[in-house]
Design a protein around this ligand. Structure first.
Ligand SMILES: [Zn+2]
Length: 215
């Protein structure tokens, strides 16, 4: 069953995190999303949604937004009108190269994802929704970690070290985003630890969306 949690701390920004948007990713992302607690939000709202397993269709494929889950996501965005929208995804190791390929824009039309560290990647969201459903100043972020294997599901203690480090960082970034006041605040906090990555994200956003912000 899909997972839904609304954390409401009154006035402030609205954030929407939607995990498991395609395929079996929700089986991995749910573990991270469940780690976010009420105390991780200081003001404003955070809506957390994790989708059930569905057929895998890339969000870069226009048809995705005609599927039931694609339509549901558009409905959620229209309803909550978040200033901060995050899609936690996961990837299989063999996809790492194509996701981070510096020629990705030439090959499939969108910029590569950027590795923060430990296999955690960031990028923007599908251009189909970035420019049509959000304002320029909104934060729109895709976050990727290696998918968690079924045998790792006896979790926390059992997960072997490399995926565990990626998972912990992924949860950490989600919490950072949940705490950030606005885009500037988030950019500043991310720049402290990942200045080169934020600079690259800025460059890609400029090239791809014109004056759009990096995430
Ligand atoms: Zn994905």
């Amino acid at each position: 069953m899909s997972f839904f949690r609304l954390i409401d701390k009154g006035k402030g920004p609205t954030r929407l995190f939607v995990g498991g948007v395609h395929g079996k990713e929700g089986l991995s992302t749910i573990h991270a999303l469940k780690k976010i607690q009420s105390r991780d939000v200081q003001e404003g709202k955070l809506i957390i949604y994790n989708c059930d397993t569905s057929k895998y269709i890339s969000t870069l494929d226009k048809k995705y937004y005609q599927t039931p889950i694609g339509k549901e996501i558009v409905r959620l965005i229209r309803y909550y009108k978040p200033e901060v929208y995050v899609e936690p995804h996961c990837y299989h190791e063999e996809s790492y190269i194509s996701l981070t390929d510096l020629q990705r824009k030439e090959k499939i039309g969108v910029p590569p994802l950027i590795e923060l560290e430990k296999g955690v990647l960031i990028g923007s969201v599908s251009p189909f929704i970035r420019t049509s459903l959000f304002k320029r100043e909104d934060v729109c972020l895709t976050l990727e970690m290696p998918c968690i294997n079924n045998q790792d599901l006896s979790f926390d203690q059992e997960l072997n070290l490399k995926p565990k480090l990626a998972f912990d960082l992924y949860v950490d970034i989600l919490k950072k985003i949940a705490l950030a006041q606005d885009r500037k605040d988030l950019e500043n906090k991310m720049s402290e630890k990942y200045p080169l990555q934020v600079e690259r994200a800025r460059k890609y956003a400029r090239e791809f969306f014109g004056e759009y912000p990096p995430f």
